[in-house]
Structure formats: structure tokens, C-alpha cells
Design a protein around this ligand. Sequence first.
Ligand SMILES: Cc1cc2nc3c(=O)[nH]c(=O)nc-3n(C[C@H](O)[C@H](O)[C@H](O)COP(=O)(O)OP(=O)(O)OC[C@H]3O[C@@H](n4cnc5c(N)ncnc54)[C@H](O)[C@@H]3O)c2cc1C
Length: 405
Amino acid sequence: MEAQVVGGGPVGLFAALCLHEQGVEVGVVDAEWERPVRSYACGLHPETLRLFDKLGLMPAIQELAHRVDRVSVWRNHERAGVAELARLPGPYPHVLTLGQSELQDVLAQRLAQLGVEVALRQEVVGLTLLHGAVCTVALPRSAAGERLPGTAAPPESAREPILRRSDYVIAADGYASPCRRALDVPLIDSYDGEAFVMFEFEADLAQYQHEAHVLAGADASGAFWPLGSRLGRWTFQLSEHLDEPGSLELLEQLLRAHAPWFRPRPEQLCWTTTSYFERRVVERFGRGRVWLAGDSAHVTSPLGFQNMNRGFVEVSELARIIRHELQGTLPARDGFERFERGQQLEWRRLLGLDSVLLSRGMIPPAEGQRLVAALPASGSDLDALLGQLQLGLVPRAELPLPVQL
Ligand SMILES: Cc1cc2nc3c(=O)[nH]c(=O)nc-3n(C[C@H](O)[C@H](O)[C@H](O)COP(=O)(O)OP(=O)(O)OC[C@H]3O[C@@H](n4cnc5c(N)ncnc54)[C@H](O)[C@@H]3O)c2cc1C
């Protein structure tokens, strides 16, 4: 095999599609039993839509997704600015919201149509460089500590390790990333974990259905994303982790305290969860033949869906480089090292690790950094949105000097 993708989450599935599009022979391996039924990251950035368009995924996505045209930013109960996504370049200048499991279904179905193998229930437990290739060792899930349903103990046949040899590996194996550990790549943290509570709820959102709202004041950090005319998601950052699951009463309480201007009254809670999100990035995205992408490489606030969407950008770039590496046609200075520098620069900005984000006094840098994490963009789209918001934050394009790593 020319490339294998470890991890069949959204980033891993898209990585396989990008590699296939580049003509690279690819397979995916995932430890899960079946596709995850969860909502989690529910917004696709305009840049992601441009990437999906190149792979012909947009008709299927548009059928399931909901369009959001603008983002209002609120500070201390006042609307401080509005970013019109329609002013971004390209054929899809908006965010599309949809459940992460629906997105994964679209990606998995396309891979199945293309005949790309997605091997489930195999947990990658080892990664070795062998004679100029990478060898992964996977254990069937039952042998890695779980029991097959209905059996007292894993059958002997399930204990056989499965070896796969490939020229390259994209490791999109999520937050705990065994591949990152195998590579022994350290993480750079910018903050301790921040606690968030998420509520998906039904309400009459007719007046709110195409506009996201971001709270970026000293008093609160949070975001509302519409998922339809009757379904929405509020996420709030909390000062400490909740021991109890969220409730309708808690949502109402948080809305009264932090978003009293939000008129729709939540009628029913459909889904709620609490989670910690650190803010961190790997010291290196990979080396040689193994490269990390998505949550295996970075974590930031969930408000702007940057983890998953940056993951899509990363794997699309990696697939192109792998194809060139395999064909020996890589233009000078345009390989993995350039990828590494570009991603580090962007993540250091997104996480506020370098003082790339300056303030002209209207919004303190710490709050500005939270706002950056809550916007549905990165790269030049993020520059454009910050420019529109005019909150005193200086977009990268206006900075005098590039940051030296
Ligand atoms: C409770 C919760 C709420 C969230 N809410 C939001 C949100 O509101 N907004 C937001 O932007 N993001 C949110 N996220 C994060 C979001 O889900 C991720 O950013 C997104 O799933 C990243 O995709 P990924 O493909 O990089 O990783 P993942 O989706 O984590 O996929 C990794 C895959 O790798 C597989 N894997 C792991 N180890 C191995 C192994 N050893 N061998 C083989 N396979 C392996 C896993 O089974 C999994 O399928 C949330 C996450 C959680 C847990």
C-alpha cells in the first residue's frame, strides 16, 4: 500500500478521500466498532467547503446541512461587530452546519463507492519504520481488551496481530493519538483545560436560523450556532467543569446571565455534554513517513470548529505532498518541511502562542485570542473576518514582520 490512514474520524476519512483523489493507493484503519453516533463538531468552514467541492462532495453535504451567513460578536451584552461570511472568496461563502455523524456518513459512503477499504475494530498499537517503509501493528479490538458481544473471552483467532506496510502514514487518530506517542512528539500547551458545556435544543429559531452569535466579552465566552429553523446549539465556557450533565434549566440560566438579548426560548433539550478542551499543538506535525493531522496534532476551543476544519486543510495538503513524494516530482522547498512551518505558524496564531495577534486597544488581547478561537475560519479567511469585525485586532496581513520559528 502507498499510504495508510490511522483513524476513521472525519479528518481520517477525508484524508483517505484526498489521497485517493491524488491517485495514491490508500486504506483506513479504525479501532471503533461502528461509526460514532455523536454530534460534536457541527460546522464546516468556507475553506472546508472549497476543499469538499474539489472532491465532488458538496451535493451530498448540501442536502443535509444548514447554511449560516453571518457571525455577530457580542461583548458585555452589546453587539460589537458583524462578520459577513458572504464577503469571503469562493463559491461557498458561508458556514454549513450538520451533525458530525452525518458528515462522517457522507465521507464513508464516498470511500465505499470508490472502493477504499475502511477496516473497523482494529486498534493500531505499534508503528515502526522498516526498510524505507512504515509498518503498523493493529490488534482486533477484542484482543485489545474488549470482548466480542456474546462471548465469554476473545476467540484465539481474534488475537492475531495485523501488520500493514505502507510508504506513508497519516495519523488522524484523535486526541489520545497512539501514533503521536509512538513518534514521541511533545505537545506545546498554551492553557490548562477549559471547561465547556454544550446544549442542542429545539426552539423557534426562524429569526436566528442563518446567523451565528459569538460571546467574546470579559464576562463570557460562548457561541450559538443554528442547525436549522428549529434546532440550535449553544456552547458556553464555564469557570469550572460541571459534574452534572447540562439541563434545560442550566441553559436558561446561562442565557439570562450571558445572552439576555437571545429571544428564542429553548423548548426541549435534544443533546447535552460537557468537556474539557486544552489549547495545545504538537511540537512537530511528524517526521519522515508519518504525519499527524486533526485532533492528534492539536486542540483548541470547540467554539469555532477549528480542530476539525484545520484537520481537513492539513490532510488535503499532506495528500498532495505524498503524491509528489511518491512520484519524485516534489518542487524544491515545497515538501513536508514547508508543511510543518506553515501549520506551526497558523497554530501558534490560533492558540496565541506567539504575540501575532496585536490589539489596538478596543479589545484586550486575551479576549481577542478567545474570539479568534470562536470564529469559523483560519488562514486568510480568518484575516478577512477579523478585518471586517474591526474590534481593534490586527489581522496577520497587516503585521509588519513574519514570525520567525
Ligand atoms: C464531547 C465532545 C464534544 C465536542 N464538541 C465539539 C464542538 O462543539 N466543536 C468542535 O469543533 N469540536 C468538538 N469536539 C471535537 C471534535 O469532535 C473533533 O475535533 C473532531 O472529531 C476531530 O476529528 P479527528 O478525525 O481529528 O479525530 P476523531 O474524531 O477523534 O477521530 C479519531 C479516530 O481515530 C480512531 N482511533 C483512535 N485510536 C486509534 C488506534 N489506536 N487505532 C485505530 N484507530 C484509532 C478513533 O476510533 C476515532 O474514530 C468535541 C469532542 C468531544 C469529545
